[in-house]
Write a protein that binds this ligand. Structure first.
Ligand SMILES: *[C@@H]1O[C@H](CO)[C@@H](O)[C@H](O)[C@H]1NC(C)=O
Ligand SMILES: *[C@@H]1O[C@H](CO)[C@@H](O)[C@H](O)[C@H]1NC(C)=O
Length: 330
């Protein structure tokens, strides 16, 4: 009932390579305030999901879920009424840190179009890039997406491209025209089959200038805006959410957030206390925000040594424990 595409080892290795990093981003042009962000997720349609436990939905977009959830729909975007999730990397679902978080998160992403659902956590897919993206890993990811569609697997939700507004290899690097054409060709048709469409995510956070022309160029708009937030404190986090709400008036899925001093140049937070404050404050804020339907901290390269939630053994770090504590009590 949900797709569990098996990757060949080589494919997996290749995907893991390009993905597993949260990414550093090269400094942008001087007319941009150099910020950056990172990735995303998805799943399937009207078949009952394996994710059952209903939780309170504080989102204005989701009616309180029935005890047996019917999955993500345009009117019920928060998976099982639980916003907390995780932006991971390929294979994270096998790590102890993931298993520790699993009872308290409803969704996760591994940056592929075919993120497998596991441990009661819904895999939420994303198509990294279309043909317009010339990054080394694009075609492998696109092939996995094409195979999923060819197998008639209809995801409940599918996110569009990964930061097309920044460069390969950490972002998909597409022009607005390329992204719009690929969106209409690859992603938009799923909408007719009930798939909820997540927007491309933006690298430049609230200084992006991509989604407005993208919206004007596509034949089918997205349903939920995928937002990446890399900021050093809650005030700045809120500004990003406000920007996307004010500009697009669509529900917001914070597909990545991390503690980063993004100005004047990219510099991940190093102080555990600052990181803990950001995690705790952001979780509370996202939970209370009627515009945010889901959120998940990102993990990977480019985020320093203190932020990542799992260590090299896959165990939760101090930051991971902070996130666990913050969502455990919800
Ligand atoms: C969606 O539905 C149409 C028919 O309504 C079908 O032709 C198409 O193959 C379906 N699947 C996908 C992945 O779009
Ligand atoms: C939050 O970070 C910004 C810089 O990104 C800084 O200007 C501001 O003073 C900080 N606010 C708080 C409350 O620390």
């Amino acid at each position: 009932m949900y797709y569990s595409i098996l990757f060949g080892a080589a494919v997996l290795a290749q995907l893991a390579h390009g993905n597993a990093h949260g990414h550093q981003h090269a400094a942008l042009g001087s007319d941009h305030i150099k910020h950056h962000a990172h990735t995303t997720r998805p799943a399937q349609d009207s078949t009952p999901t394996t994710f059952s436990v209903a939780r309170r939905a504080t989102s204005a977009y989701g009616s309180p879920p029935a005890p047996s959830a019917t999955g993500i729909t345009k009117n019920n975007l928060t998976p099982n009424g639980r916003k907390a999730g995780l932006s991971g990397y390929i294979g994270i679902q096998d790590k102890q840190g993931f298993k520790d978080l699993a009872p308290y998160i409803s969704w996760y992403s591994d940056y592929t179009a075919t993120t497998p659902s596991t441990s009661g956590v819904q895999g939420v897919g994303m198509l990294w890039g279309g043909d317009g993206s010339t990054c080394a890993d694009t075609q492998t990811r696109l092939t996995a997406f094409d195979n999923m569609i060819a197998a008639d697997t209809i995801p409940e939700i599918m996110f569009g491209f990964y930061e097309p507004d920044c460069n390969c290899p950490d972002s998909a690097q597409m022009t607005c025209d390329e992204a719009a054409a690929d969106w209409d060709k690859l992603i938009a048709p799923l909408s007719k089959n009930g798939t909820v469409l997540g927007s491309p995510s933006m690298c430049k956070q609230k200084d992006e200038d991509f989604l407005t022309p993208f919206k004007a160029a596509v034949g089918t708009e997205w349903d939920v805006t995928s937002v990446h937030i890399n900021k050093p404190n809650l005030t700045e986090v809120q500004k990003v959410v406000d920007y996307y709400w004010d500009t697009y008036q669509k529900p917001i899925w914070v597909s990545e957030f991390a503690c980063v001093n993004d100005q004047p140049s990219w510099s991940p937070c190093t102080e555990q206390t600052q990181i803990d404050e950001l995690i705790t404050g952001a979780v509370k804020y996202f939970e209370e925000s009627e515009h945010v339907v889901a959120y998940g901290p990102s993990n990977g390269n480019g985020l320093g040594n203190t932020w990542p939630l799992t260590d090299s053994q896959g165990q939760l770090t101090a930051s991971g424990q902070t996130y666990l504590s913050a969502i455990k009590g919800l």
